[in-house]
Design a protein around this ligand. Structure first.
Ligand SMILES: *[C@@H]1O[C@H](CO)[C@@H](O)[C@H](O)[C@H]1NC(C)=O
Ligand SMILES: *[C@@H]1O[C@H](CO)[C@@H](O)[C@H](O)[C@H]1NC(C)=O
Ligand SMILES: *[C@@H]1O[C@H](CO)[C@@H](O)[C@H](O)[C@H]1NC(C)=O
Ligand SMILES: *[C@@H]1O[C@H](CO)[C@@H](O)[C@H](O)[C@H]1NC(C)=O
Ligand SMILES: [Zn+2]
Length: 548
């Protein structure tokens, strides 16, 4: 008898506790499903081949993440200069390189083409002079007709002679590369803080300016940039350009409009050669944010003029250079309101919130960028610290241009798993991936940044749907006209199909037509399966007990 009461009691207790656990798991599952429903790309439909390719990518992604957790050496968690050789060996990276990436919307004029091209092509042209200064970065170039006689600022030496005298052209060229590039074996020692890293970053631009803006080099440099981006799977690029004067050997210089027209000439020629697979480029005119009000007043007027003259090539305006160091947007309020007050159109694409300092003027640039109707926000690194900004970004559908490697090299964040865009992806904010200044730190035009985004910033669960969302959003948020966006989407779509086939081929998958998608967070989850099981178990148990 006692035995039987005890049996009934323990059965009751068992049922109670199992039901309690199952309720817990049901609730947990509901939260996870709810959370997953916010994630960027979660609603992107996949079909046929895409599920098979997704399975390949996710198997590789999970294995690379497991390896990273096992060894504590996860590429996105370490400095790009150390991560680079590991990323280049990654199978996920191999696939990302093949993927068509849509548009690169945040890149700067003289940091788009690989430094090697400048060295192997530009510095091999006649009349190229070099000088080693005592400033950071330590190298400048200029083309002169004859040996400059004024050595006050620099002792100019003819590259051709120096290279010949060195006796080892390869070693000489490597020395030039090392001096121009920011790449170093020990970035933490070489760049101990943001100020010093920006000094070197600025030195890169000083070094290449004399090469890039030589009239004879300028168009080839840009054409080479278009080619390299195209080769990296990019259908369209928007270049932020200072429109600096180009110069001739005899010292003649040209104006900003001339530089713009040179870009346009290259673009037109490029489009003729790529009618079916590239939308070429457009320009966003930029100025330096440490300028005076007077300079910005002139520049804004020039920008309005150039935009009205070339509305489908010169697409808008932005202020660049170190945000923490220059003037905030509010400093130029009067100038930046000129177009609105004049009833003229000048779309803005402001860099804003590229800072770690909360509550400073730089941080508040985010507010001004929104008030000035910026069409997109460059970086917006500080956005997660501003609830009102976040609200506006979503309501007005304004994307942030996220540049993972730039943010790491320029020391906003060490470990890319801590990048604020993680939070933004988790809650479906509009985002595009870009590369800012890939030549400066030796990354590919966009592939490395996509890898860091997909592996380090995004969730371990984020899959091909996120990649599809990010690549198509880059076209959606571009400055292209509606009908051009449609053409660009067609080009992307054609390349996407080729990409899917390549991945299937690489992994010998032929039966994709019978492919059943793996269960995902929004269909059926582990939790739901467990729940089902646990709900039935006590009933079965009860039946067994009663019958014995
Ligand atoms: C540099 O590139 C241009 C354009 O591609 C080419 O015509 C020229 O021959 C190259 N010059 C050198 C020195 O490699
Ligand atoms: C400037 O430097 C060049 C190269 O070292 C030299 O040939 C030239 O004589 C120098 N000019 C003056 C005025 O010192
Ligand atoms: C921004 O856009 C809004 C809505 O179109 C408009 O009312 C406002 O004047 C614009 N602000 C500026 C500074 O152009
Ligand atoms: C695909 O098949 C080829 C030829 O049978 C083989 O060499 C290759 O390793 C296979 N690739 C994968 C990823 O299994
Ligand atoms: Zn930038």
């Amino acid at each position: 008898m006692a035995q039987s009461v005890w049996g009934t009691c323990s059965l009751f207790f068992l049922i109670q506790s199992v039901l309690g656990t199952s309720l817990y798991l049901a609730k947990r599952d509901e939260i996870l499903t709810q959370e997953a429903s916010h994630y960027s790309g979660i609603d992107v439909p996949l079909k046929g081949k895409e599920w098979a390719v997704n399975d390949v990518i996710m198997t590789l992604k999970n294995s690379e993440i497991s390896e990273g957790r096992r060894t504590s050496d996860f590429p996105p968690a370490v400095h790009f200069f150390h991560a680079l050789p590991y990323i280049d060996k990654s199978k996920v990276f191999e696939i990302i390189k093949l993927m068509p990436k849509g548009a690169a919307l945040h890149i700067h004029d003289n940091a788009i083409t690989d430094i090697n091209w400048l060295i192997k092509n530009a510095t091999y042209r006649p009349h190229c002079y070099v000088c080693f200064t005592h400033a950071r970065g330590n190298i400048l170039f200029h083309y002169y007709d004859n040996q400059p006689t004024d050595n006050n600022t620099c002792e100019w030496k003819l590259v051709e002679t120096e290279r010949a005298n060195s006796g080892d052209a390869e070693a000489y060229d490597q020395m030039l590369y090392d001096k121009i590039s920011m790449i170093t074996d020990d970035p933490h020692t070489a760049y101990p803080n943001q100020q010093i890293v920006w000094d070197y970053f600025n030195a890169y631009f000083a070094a290449v300016d004399g090469l890039v803006f030589y009239a004879d080099v300028f168009k080839d440099y840009f054409r080479q940039g278009l080619q390299q981006f195209y080769d990296d799977g990019i259908q369209f690029m928007e270049v932020r350009a200072l429109l600096q004067p180009t110069y001739e050997l005899d010292g003649t210089t040209y104006n900003s409009e001339h530089t713009l027209l040179e870009y346009e000439a290259v673009n037109t020629e490029w489009l003729n050669d790529h009618q079916h697979d590239s939308m070429g480029s457009r320009i966003i005119f930029t100025s330096i944010r440490s300028s005076t009000n007077e300079v910005i007043n002139n520049v804004i007027n020039l920008a309005m003029e150039l935009h009205s003259k070339y509305p489908n090539f010169m697409k808008g305006f932005d202020l660049v250079s170190q945000e923490d160091d220059g003037h905030p947007l509010i400093y130029f309020l009067e100038e930046l309101l000129i177009p609105t007050q004049a009833g003229k159109d000048l779309p803005y694409y402001f860099h804003a919130g590229e800072t770690n300092w909360q509550g400073t003027e730089t941080d508040e640039n985010l507010i001004d960028a929104l008030m000035l109707n910026s069409s997109r926000i460059g970086h917006g690194y500080a956005a997660t610290k501003h609830p009102e900004v976040l609200l506006e970004l979503k309501q007005r559908d304004i994307p942030l241009e996220v540049n993972p490697i730039s943010n790491q090299v320029l020391k906003l964040v060490d470990d890319l798993r801590n990048h604020p865009a993680s939070t933004l992806l988790a809650d479906g904010y509009p985002i595009v991936v870009s590369s800012d200044d890939p030549a400066t730190w030796g990354s590919t035009p966009l592939s490395h940044d996509f890898y860091e985004m997909f592996m380090g910033i995004a969730s371990a669960k984020a899959d091909l749907r996120l990649l599809k969302q990010l690549t198509t959003d880059s076209i959606k948020y571009s400055t292209l006209l509606e009908e051009e966006k449609a053409s660009c989407m067609d080009m992307w779509s054609t390349e996407w199909d080729i990409f899917l086939d390549k991945v299937l081929e690489m992994y010998n998958i032929t039966d994709w037509e019978n492919y059943v998608p793996a269960p995902t967070e929004t269909t059926i989850t582990d939790g739901a399966a467990k729940l089902l099981c646990l709900n039935i178990t006590p009933i079965i148990l009860a039946i067994i007990m009663v019958n014995t």
